[in-house]
Design a protein around this ligand. Structure first.
Ligand SMILES: Cc1ncc(COP(=O)(O)O)c(C=O)c1O
Length: 246
């Protein structure tokens, strides 16, 4: 299916009760139990799952060609959930011009928990020199903000895969309309949905999309659910709407 078609249709959900073609904004924080004590629609409590968030995550997973997406209240919250999901002592290699908010997060909040090097990730020699036994993640951002530096995703993935290291690509500036890092071998994609997905400078959001539902992804889902740094149903509704015009 064409990316444009996915953008328009994959976030659609026809409401069964009213047959409304546009999904209503579901503000309820709790959902009614069925007679058997279960939750017939699969929704229990809005911090864990919500129909509007589900629709948003569905369209984003499809757009990036991933198996699942997890959405957050901002790009920085998405990034933080990745850092929180890593084992203490994990070494991260990140670009020397990594988005400053995420770079500051690592330096101020994760110093002493994780270790990191900010380097020119596109320089093969420099990248290889910085890989350590405890390196668990190579973070790339291409094009980068603000210098618009380009990283060769396939080249970084080849080096990382040979050492069993995960690669995450911040795809905020390219959007899946221009670049699909999972198809180039990355393990995870991150976005600030505040930028092109929102498109009108009136909402904040972040997202992670994975190629695989593995232990790392389970941890990220736990951080999302237990931390609750999630977009409001209204923000999810507007993001789904604005993604249609990507
Ligand atoms: C490339 C990139 N990544 C991450 C972020 C952080 O996103 P947010 O501002 O939604 O927290 C931004 C924000 O400008 C960005 O440009």
């Amino acid at each position: 299916m064409k990316t444009e078609t996915i953008a328009i249709h994959a976030g659609n959900h026809v409401d069964e009760a009213t047959r409304a073609v546009i999904q209503p904004i579901i503000m309820s924080t709790t959902f009614e139990r069925g007679e058997d004590g279960g939750f017939p629609a699969g929704y229990i409590y809005s911090r864990s799952s919500n129909p509007n968030r589900h629709a948003l995550e569905h369209v984003l997973a499809k757009l990036e060609g991933g198996v699942e997406a997890a959405s957050f209240s901002s790009g920085n919250a998405a990034g933080m959930s990745v850092f929180q999901s890593l084992e203490p002592g994990t070494h991260i290699i990140a670009p020397d011009d990594m988005y400053h908010g995420l770079r500051n997060q690592l330096k101020t909040l994760f110093a002493g928990i994780l270790t990191f090097d900010f380097i020119d990730v596109n320089d093969t020699g420099v990248l290889q020199q910085h890989i350590k036994p405890e390196t668990g993640l190579i973070w790339i951002e291409t094009p980068s903000n603000p210098l618009l530096k380009i990283t060769d995703i396939k080249k970084v993935v080849a080096i990382a895969k040979a050492k069993g290291i995960k690669v995450l690509c911040d795809n905020t500036f390219a959007t899946p309309m221009c670049q699909r890092p999972l198809e180039l071998g990355a393990d995870m994609v991150m976005h600030s949905a505040t930028k092109y997905f929102g498109g009108h400078s009136d909402l904040m959001g972040g997202v992670l999309i994975t190629t695989e539902k593995n232990d790392w992804w389970t941890k990220i889902r736990q951080v999302q659910e237990m931390g609750g740094a999630i977009p409001s149903p209204m923000d999810c509704y507007y993001l789904v709407r604005s993604i249609k015009t990507l």
